[in-house]
Ligand binder design. Structure first.
Ligand code: KG4
Ligand code: ZN
Length: 344
């Protein structure tokens, strides 16, 4: 049994957590930075990095205190080492290196996306490899076959915007505030999803990939036309996203060998209608649907500590010379999708 301290700082959440390899979450501390960034309508990298510097050390202390431990009690220290906003990633990684050196513990450099990808296994002991993973966050929209720790086949990716990015931009266009996803979902709940004709980018296309940029442009035009209520645009946008995701997932499911489970992870997995669509799709395909609880879907350090625990169990640790990676694809062998290659 191992105990892992995990740090997360790749975007606008600073977090530290302590997780045991038997899936016990001994502590998880998190500080959001919404107040730092709200005035700018999005995450400002320099402000985020400074906030991580101020918040990280106290959060590590909080996590250790909550778990009733000292550094001597942990077996390894894991930190997000990319991909993400490089200033923030460096804060978490350097902190982990310093703690690892001071305490004489191994370092585990975790790919943030692997943190999301493995997070469902932290709460679901029955989720075995391989499984189909829809990873939908502010920076990513990918469909992956997860074959094991460090073993990913990217089956599809976005050729332009990530889903969360589309939600965030829609919220900004509609004046719904920041962060955008929950705001759009709340507005959509009060709107008519059939009110605004919006496109379904790549629906029916003879390729597996996703696209959301055209949808965002259509939202701009709908809003500028002044013909529609904000809630109706939000509802129609969300419905279009649901239909696009369903169509693209169906394309891939029709073409791959069956997998036992459909898993969703990443911040957008918090979206109710998207979760409902995925649950239904899984049912029609005889797959088990697995979605982590909401707090584990958005960025947090428990998923980094857990990915660390899985890597530690596989004997995977890293040297203190590990360099932070602003880009770090989970599947380095994936062929670039047209127009893409930018995000992962
Ligand atoms: O995984 P995450 O916390 O950070 C990244 O690694 O990107 O995901 C954040 C993204 C943001 O784009 C946010 O707007 C979106 O997840 N999100 C949602 C919802 N909650 C968060 N999108 C749609 N509906 C939601 N309820
Ligand atoms: Zn994330």
């Amino acid at each position: 049994m191992s105990i892992i301290l995990g740090l997360e700082s790749s975007c606008d959440e600073t977090a530290a957590a302590i997780v045991r390899s038997d899936r016990t979450i001994l502590a998880h501390a998190l500080a959001g930075q919404e107040d730092h960034h709200r005035a700018f309508g999005g995450v400002v990298p320099e402000i985020a990095a400074r906030a991580h510097v101020e918040l990280m050390t106290p959060l590590v202390q909080t996590a250790l205190t909550d778990a009733g431990m000292t550094l001597a009690d942990v077996d390894a220290i894991a930190a997000t080492a990319g991909p993400g906003l490089i200033g923030g990633v460096m804060v978490g990684l350097v902190t982990a290196k310093a703690l690892a050196m001071a305490a004489g513990k191994p370092l585990i450099a975790v790919n943030h996306l692997e943190g999301h990808a493995l997070s469902p296994r932290l709460v679901d002991p029955d989720l075995d490899f391989p499984y189909l993973l829809l990873l939908v966050s502010g920076g990513h929209c990918q469909l992956l076959r997860v074959r094991g720790v460090g073993q990913y086949d990217r089956l599809a990716t976005t050729i332009d915007d990530a889903v969360g990015e589309a939600f965030d931009k829609t919220a900004k266009i509609l004046g719904l505030g920041f962060p955008g996803g929950p705001a759009v979902e709340a507005a959509a709940a009060m709107g008519n999803a059939k009110a605004v004709p919006l496109p379904r980018p790549l629906k029916g296309a003879n390729e597996p990939h996703f696209s959301f940029a055209g949808l965002k442009s259509a939202v701009v035009r709908a809003h500028e036309s002044q013909q529609y209520a904000v809630n109706d645009i939000a509802a129609s946008f969300q419905q279009a996203v649901v239909e696009c995701l369903l169509d693209r997932l169906t394309y891939t499911l029709d073409r791959i060998d069956p997998l036992a489970a459909l898993v969703v992870a990443g911040g957008v997995a918090a979206n109710g209608p998207i979760r409902a669509m995925l649950a239904q799709l899984a049912e029609t395909r005889d797959m088990r649907f697995v979605a982590p609880p909401l707090w584990l879907c958005t960025d947090n350090a428990a998923m980094i500590a857990w990915a660390g625990a899985e890597r530690f169990a596989a004997g995977l640790t890293d040297g203190l010379d590990f360099v932070a990676r602003p880009r770090w694809p989970l599947d380095p062998n994936a062929a670039p999708a047209r127009g893409a290659g930018v995000k992962a």
